[in-house]
Design a protein around this ligand. Structure first.
Ligand code: HAM
Length: 426
């Protein structure tokens, strides 16, 4: 034990009541938006077999795994929810009515280098659709992101959502540098995802690393970097073959987003490829417009994840939105509410002799569904009134010897200051 007593593990958070109220406020919005889209909530253990998360594509998330061996089992704290979700779908595959719309709010663990908005545990609102192969699923998911932003008061000008299609990138590369090496595509995406963080030179080094998984020639690496610069779909279309299906798909997505009324806040960005290996089609990430924080949310289509885990082929798409980034952004914009403890009534026996009457009253009010703070000691009345005021209570019920003798309580309404007597029923 350190001199000052125990502390929470670096990168993790304690939630004191004020902070927990804010967290629940956010989670309530997650749940409300999910239910508006007819999603059902699921959950899974935080602890999973480590192999569920270990992929060999060079992803950061695998290096950041909290894992350990216990009784010959290799276990890990989940760094994300998607593999657990796939495991759950696989266990019931065949018996599920498709398409599935499931959401969850798991706590996830990653041993990250900490920066602003990046912790070693975070909660992540996940929304996933399984069994729908068309881009209607991605449109629905992106629209849910915007409904959440609207619900918490984030102006459209505060958030930008960037979209790309891995299938579009793959199509261009399979016609060129990756013609005979489809297995290099996922590791290539993992590397180019880092471009904003480490810059084009370091990305080129990794793409051309002779001992790496991608091993491009310098010329091919330069072509890839040039391709990532496209911020208009028409520019990206120049790399696509005639009749490109992924191109048609992303155009359809923009048409749908227009119908949802969110297309103006969505832009095409060829450099958005996501750092997780399992994505196969449309990918997207939302950022604060000022670009000071890491992504608010990220997701996309992952049609082959179930197969890689030994299950049947089943298309899927989804996203994860982190509570840390969102809360930082809301705090920056002054949008994080200060929520008081919500209490309806404070019940106070002025002396010990009146306690049974106070207990009976508190019991009655609680059974009616009121939130009641029954004062447990015998503080001074002044202190009780000040505390009641601070906690935002609506009324204070006082029972002193005089009230008890007459079978009544004095009820003071804190907003109006009005006072009346009410009969105590036993
Ligand atoms: P991800 O991009 O790794 O995707 O994480 C999603 C979001 O979780 C991020 O945009 C960020 O807000 C938050 N997040 C991630 N790591 C941290 C961290 N260390 N500290 C704070 N916040 C963090 C996934 O995890 C995918 N499984 C999402 C998904 C669901 N794709 C399909 N379905």
């Amino acid at each position: 034990m350190s001199k000052g007593g125990f502390q929470n593990v670096r990168g993790t958070r304690d939630f004191y009541p004020d902070e927990l109220r804010q967290r629940e406020w956010l989670f309530d919005h997650f749940r409300a938006v999910a239910s508006r889209f007819a999603f059902e909530q699921v959950d899974a253990p935080m602890l999973e077999p480590a192999e569920l998360f270990i992929r060999k594509a060079g992803e950061e998330i695998v290096d950041q795994l909290y894992h350990f061996e216990l009784h010959d089992r290799h276990l890990a704290l989940r760094p994300e929810f998607t593999p657990s979700l796939a495991r759950m779908v696989q266990a019931r595959a065949g018996g599920l009515r498709l398409p599935l719309r499931w959401f969850s709010i798991p706590q996830c663990w990653r041993y990250e280098r900490m920066t602003r908005g990046r912790k070693r545990e975070h909660y992540q609102w996940n929304m996933d659709i399984w069994g729908e192969p068309s881009v209607t699923a991605e449109a629905e998911l992106i629209s849910a992101c915007f409904q959440l932003f609207d619900a918490v008061g984030l102006d459209r000008q505060h958030v930008t959502l960037k979209v790309n299609s891995r299938a579009l990138v793959e199509e261009a590369l399979r016609a060129g540098p990756l013609r005979d090496r489809p297995e290099a595509f996922a590791p290539l995406c993992v590397i180019i995802d880092k471009i904003a963080k480490i810059g084009p030179d370091a990305v080129t080094d990794q793409l051309t690393d002779a001992g790496g998984l991608v091993r491009l020639t310098p010329g091919a690496a330069a072509d890839v970097i040039a391709m990532l610069g496209a911020t208009h779909l028409d520019d990206a279309a120049q790399h696509a073959p005639k009749g490109s299906e992924p191109l048609a798909e992303i155009r359809r997505l923009f048409d749908l987003l227009d119908a949802y009324g969110v297309a103006d806040s969505v832009c095409f960005d060829a450099a958005t490829v996501r750092g997780l290996a399992y994505y196969t089609g449309i990918v997207f990430e939302a950022f604060d417009t000022e670009g000071t924080l890491r992504s608010i949310c990220g997701g996309g289509r992952y049609d082959r994840l179930l197969e890689t885990l030994g299950g049947p082929p089943l298309p899927a798409a989804g996203f994860g939105m982190g509570d840390v980034v969102l809360s930082e952004l809301l705090a920056d914009k002054g949008l994080l509410p200060n929520l008081p403890l919500a209490i309806d009534a404070v019940v106070f026996a002025l002396e010990e002799a009146e306690r049974p009457a106070a207990v009976r009253l508190a019991e009655r009010l609680r059974r009616e569904g009121q939130r009641v703070d029954l004062v447990l000691g015998l503080p001074r009345l002044k202190r009780v009134m000040a505390d009641a005021d601070k906690s935002g209570a609506a009324r204070v019920w006082l029972i002193g010897p005089d009230e008890a003798a007459r079978g009544v309580a004095t009820v003071r309404d804190l907003a109006s200051g009005e006072q009346r007597e009410e009969k105590l029923t036993s």
